[in-house]
Design a protein around this ligand. Structure first.
Ligand code: TGC
Ligand code: FAD
Length: 404
């Protein structure tokens, strides 16, 4: 019998509640599903009950770090040899999806730790650096941040002015400059910092909290990613041991290679936020009656819901395929840009429409939608803005560089 025609009404309901419209679960292994279920359970039990309060108070819930580490949120895609997850890129994506189903700020903390701190140490670091930092970062015993953006250099990091010079003692360099908009900076134990050497080459190095002249002032008054701590990195004649410089990379491709991994994770993460908004709007529309019937019965609301699940399904397919290419080492940076841009825009549009479907209730903290909507404004901007990713696709298909 054709299985696709064999849906009872009950199994269809289950399927729709899971919002797996194209039976994407059949493309996942049992291990993928177990990882997703583990993170989903943890998020439901530990994060969902407190996230609204944390966001309203603009506090990052530090006590979650240990549990997040235990369910594999940090460095899932990196080799087990260094205490990391040893999982594939689809597992990593599913973890990001389940975290961001709850809150983009929580996913941000995990993205930064796994893709922007652990990944560069793994990819470009010395064996000593890998053994010293990776196991502790995976366990959440150390937390890190990633400093690329500067006050005058956001989309154009090549222009950075943060720099270091030889201290003359044979052991240290002296680091000066400032980074801005840095996720996790206010509490991070270490910072992966991108700075120019005396020849003007971009290099990566690890600065540690406590080094004299290194401070991390927090950025306040954000209307977005309120449950994630954001701040600056300020370096005032900081003596950094030479052994903290990454030996394995020079140039802008260093930080941009890390961004590939993080942007990939975001393309999965935002599907989680979109699913949560869709699920909330769908349930609400069935329960909320106006003009004598559920608002789900009105064509205008059905149009919104039908478009949401269509866009989510397209994003799921795009992202799953990208995951396969990542696993095979064949994904190009431009393919990753396309997925980041498309999926974040998809989630932001769904959040705005879902918000409208809840009427006045949509602006309250009783529901997660407005929080997702505000969070996604940051996600549209960080890791390369919506415009920058369009220009990367434009350059890829035309061969013409609009940045030059
Ligand atoms: P361009 O001349 O094109 O390239 C310089 C060198 O880099 C190589 N490259 C890449 N390598 C790996 N992956 C990529 N995605 C790469 N893109 C370029 C390139 O081949 C070249 O290598 P080589 O060997 O020839 O030197 O560089 P450009 O200066 O013209 O800039 C290009 C542009 C605009 C695309 C790039 O600067 C860019 O992506 N800008 C956006 C900046 C950005 O995304 N910042 C993110 C900061 S981190 C962050 O937001 C974290 S938020 C985390 C959270 O909370 O979740
Ligand atoms: P700008 O680069 O000044 O851009 C302003 C506008 O101009 C944008 O709309 C942009 O698309 C447009 N624009 C720029 N150049 C072009 C062009 N060539 N053509 C057309 N339009 C253009 N950075 C880190 O290094 N580490 C972090 O952990 C981190 N976390 C962040 C957390 C949050 C909450 C936020 C908001 C940002 C974070 N960032 C981080 C910084 C983020 O990556 C930058 O904000 C982003 O890259 C854009 O830089 P900008 O804000 O300076 O905007």
């Amino acid at each position: 019998m054709n299985e696709a025609k064999d849906f009872t009404r009950a199994s269809k309901q289950d399927l729709y509640q899971h919002h797996d419209y194209y039976l994407m679960d059949e493309l996942l292994t049992d291990e993928h599903k177990l990882i997703r279920a583990t993170v989903r359970d943890f998020v439901k039990k530990e994060i969902a009950p407190i996230i609204e309060d944390a966001a309203q108070k603009a506090l990052f819930p530090h006590y979650l770090i240990k549990g997040m580490a235990e369910v594999g949120s940090f460095g899932a895609q990196l080799p087990a040899a260094y205490g990391c997850g040893g999982l594939d890129y689809i597992s990593y994506g599913l973890i990001m999806q389940e975290l961001e189903r709850c809150d983009s700020g929580i996913r941000s903390t995990a993205s930064v730790q796994g893709s922007l701190v652990m990944y560069p140490i793994y990819k470009f670091g010395s064996e000593e650096q890998k053994h010293k930092y990776l196991p502790k970062l995976a366990a959440g015993e150390l937390m890190g941040c990633f400093g690329l953006t500067e006050p005058d250099h956001g989309s154009n990091p090549a222009g950075m002015t943060t720099h270091y010079k030889d201290a003359g003692d044979g052991k240290h360099v002296i680091l000066n400059g400032a980074k801005m908009w840095i996720s996790n900076s206010p509490f991070a134990d270490i910072a992966v910092v991108w700075a120019k050497d005396e020849a003007g080459e971009i290099k990566g190095l690890i600065a540690e909290r406590g080094m004299a002249g290194f401070t991390t002032p927090e950025t306040h008054n954000k209307w977005s990613l309120r449950a994630s701590a954001t701040g600056e990195l300020v370096f005032n004649d900081v003596l950094v041991p030479k052994e903290n410089i990454f030996p394995g990379v020079s140039g802008l491709k260093g930080p941009l290679t890390c961004l590939n991994s993080a942007r990939y994770g975001i393309s999965w993460g935002v599907i989680g936020a979109a699913l949560d908004c869709y699920d909330t709007a769908l349930r609400y529309s069935k329960e909320r009656h106006q003009f004598g019937k559920p608002i789900a019965g009105f064509q205008l609301q059905q149009k919104k819901l039908a478009e949401m699940i269509t866009e989510i399904t397209k994003a799921q397919l795009l992202t799953w395929r990208l995951g396969v290419l990542m696993n095979e080492g064949r994904a190009t940076p431009a393919q990753i840009s396309m997925a980041k841009r498309n999926n974040v825009d998809m989630a932001a549009t769904i959040a705005r429409n879902a918000r409208q479907m809840l009427g006045g209730m949509g602006i309250t903290g009783e529901y997660s939608i407005m929080r997702h909507m505000m969070n996604l404004e940051s996600v549209l901007t960080y890791e390369g803005t919506h415009d920058i990713h369009l220009l990367i696709t434009g350059m890829d298909v035309t061969g013409e560089n609009a940045f030059a």
